[in-house]
Write a protein that binds this ligand. Structure first.
Ligand code: URA
Ligand code: SF4
Length: 186
């Protein structure tokens, strides 16, 4: 399975209720051949309208965050836990996440990332464990089967709460250092 086939599967997916309210599915954006993966929560309004991940206000901030550590969308692949927008941007429900996670697993298998930046508590809870605390555990990377996972705040959280910008910047600097020592800058 390559990424185009997967995109096609997702486009036609009706495995959960979110298919009823979506405009477009949003599988992922950026460079699938990269070794750096970013995982957010789910599409918002602008992503649903365009079918592209992280293009609204949070996405614009994310682009700035990436630029601050010398990255852009040609150097990373960006995706989400769920591929269809939850109505009014509510959190995805557990059954929706369960239905959708196979697509993220496939993206992971296609890419085989070496470093993963987890954006926000929804991504961390679903990929690490449901008791994960973003306030306590952001910036503390974990290594799972040779891949480094760095949890940090979601850009939407930074837009809501300015005080998180400084700790998020510390996390990003640490992530950059990890990329450097692992030869992941190209
Ligand atoms: N928030 C997300 O988590 N993902 C997007 O694609 C946009 C906003
Ligand atoms: Fe399918 Fe995921 Fe969309 Fe649900 S959110 S319909 S599982 S693609």
């Amino acid at each position: 399975m390559d990424i185009n086939e997967l995109n096609q599967y997702v486009k036609n997916c009706r495995k959960c209720e979110l298919c009823k309210t979506r405009t477009n599915t949003v599988t992922g954006d950026g460079n699938i051949n990269s070794k750096i993966m970013l995982i957010g929560e789910g599409p918002g309004y602008q992503e649903d309208m365009t079918g592209t991940a992280f293009v609204g206000p949070a996405g614009q901030l994310l682009d700035k965050m990436l630029a601050s550590i010398g990255l852009d969308r040609t150097k990373v692949y960006i995706c989400n836990v769920v591929k269809c927008r939850p109505p009014k941007n509510r959190n995805p429900k557990p059954d929706e996440v369960n239905a959708c996670m196979d697509y993220l697993r496939m993206q992971y298998l296609i890419m085989k990332p070496k470093a993963v930046l987890l954006l926000g508590s929804i991504a961390c809870k679903n990929i690490f464990d449901k008791d994960f605390s973003i306030m306590k555990e952001h910036g503390k990377e974990r290594i799972l089967k040779d891949t480094i996972f760095m949890p940090t705040f979601h850009p939407s959280a930074l837009l809501r709460n300015e005080e998180l910008k400084k700790p998020a910047w510390e996390d990003l600097k640490r992530f950059r250092a990890i990329l450097e020592v692992n030869g992941l800058y190209e």
